[in-house]
Design a protein around this ligand. Structure first.
Ligand code: HEC
Ligand code: HEC
Length: 327
């Protein structure tokens, strides 16, 4: 019903304009402005309805955009219990951490056991604020400290895609955490220390590719969640952003992605990085191992070459940090 929505306020403005001569000029101006706002394709009655658009619910375009963003965000890898042949996005995957084991929740649109009953606002609050519909805080094992930078429009496309999938009935399994980490309300302190909510701000002085790469790395791809060393309380150390760590997820060694020669990716060409992100093959023809294999198979490898090149552009432009990991 975009036509009715659009005509409403515009009509109101017009009739207000007609009522008094003095109001006519600003009202006419506002009406033109209103028309301009509606003009971009797909946002108003001026545009022809997109194929697959239905009167209610998101468009096919939003769903396919969402699917791509879900790949970039690696949501399936964490929210699928692949080991036990679980259904995609139905949760139950164990994540072992120094604080205990987390079991990811069901994010299929099942109303009883998944997120089928969630509103857009609740979904945005979860991804961008790390707050559940009941007001409780999420553990940062859910990488919302990175996802907070996802654009709201992108987050809603992600929701559109998830809600287009078949609902799967699968009860969430409670986390198995050590005391005192089992006390969710204590997260309020963690958040004060380490959670910096906010949007991604593009840098107009940089190229479009750099900005796209920055967005993919910082927000959706949440590369820092694994590639940045953490404090003993599990907060990322901003001064060592992407500089690698010996204590990655499941105790893995996670390499330094900054362009330092010797300890980072300083000797890698742009194509070397793209090949790795696409296929998992390193310049020495070795294959990448462990969590990174999952990141690539879980979606990163499916991204367009231009997006992978943008990631490489951003990584190459990082300040080199001398930080040796591994042996
Ligand atoms: C590194 C693993 C990981 C990744 C990647 C991940 N999640 Fe999660 N997610 C979690 C964990 C763990 C929780 C539960 C946190 C808690 O209980 O406090 C969670 C919780 C959620 C919730 C709240 C569900 C509920 O029932 O309250 C939503 C929604 C969600 N994730 C969506 C996503 C989306 C969308 C993506 C991809 C953009 C994603 N997640 C990527 C681990 C992950
Ligand atoms: C779930 C944790 C995790 C996430 C998220 C992650 N990585 Fe990795 N990454 C790893 C691990 C572990 C390795 C080392 C694999 C190995 O030893 O073969 C690795 C290796 C790499 C390498 C190879 C570097 C080298 O010196 O061999 C590159 C490049 C890389 N990651 C880029 C990225 C980018 C870009 C992102 C975000 C889009 C990302 N990673 C997200 C865990 C992760």
């Amino acid at each position: 019903m975009p036509r009715a929505d659009a005509a409403g306020p515009a009509g109101a403005l017009l009739s207000r304009g007609r009522r008094g001569a003095r109001g006519a000029v600003p009202a006419g101006f506002l009406f033109l402005f209103w028309l301009l706002l509606l003009w971009p394709p797909g946002t108003g009655w001026a545009a022809a309805p997109a194929a697959g658009d239905t009167a209610s619910g998101p468009s096919a375009i939003a769903i396919s955009r969402g699917r791509y963003l879900v790949e970039a965000g690696g949501c399936a890898a964490c929210h699928t219990d692949a080991k036990d042949h679980g259904q995609p996005f139905a949760g139950g995957r164990a994540l072992k951490t120094p604080f205990g084991t987390f079991y990811t929740p069901n994010i299929t649109p099942d109303r009883a056991t998944g997120i089928g009953g969630w509103s857009d606002a609740q979904f945005l609050r979860a991804l961008k604020q790390g707050i559940a519909p009941d007001g409780s805080y999420y553990y940062p094992a859910f990488p919302y400290p990175s996802f907070t930078r996802i654009r709201a429009a992108d987050a809603l496309d992600i929701k559109a895609y998830l809600f287009s999938l078949p609902p799967v009935r699968h009860e969430n399994r409670p986390h198995d955490l050590r005391f005192p980490f089992s006390l969710r309300p204590l997260l309020v302190f963690w958040r004060l220390l380490y959670f910096h909510p906010g949007d991604f701000h593009p840098d107009p002085a940089r190229s479009a590719a750099w900005n796209r790469g920055a967005y993919l790395v910082i927000a959706l791809g949440h590369c820092g969640e694994c590639h940045t060393p953490r404090t003993f309380l599990g907060g990322m150390k901003p001064a060592l952003f992407l500089a690698g760590t010996n204590k990655g997820p499941e105790g893995e060694i996670v390499p330094n992605l900054t362009p330092d020669r010797g300890t980072g990716l300083g000797d890698w060409g742009q194509d070397d990085i793209v090949t790795l992100l696409k296929t998992g093959m390193k310049p020495d023809f070795d294959n990448v191992q462990g969590a990174m294999t999952e990141v690539i198979r879980g979606g990163l490898g499916q991204l367009d070459d231009s997006d992978l090149a943008a990631i490489a552009t951003y990584l190459h432009a990082l300040p080199p940090i001398r930080h040796k990991v591994g042996h």
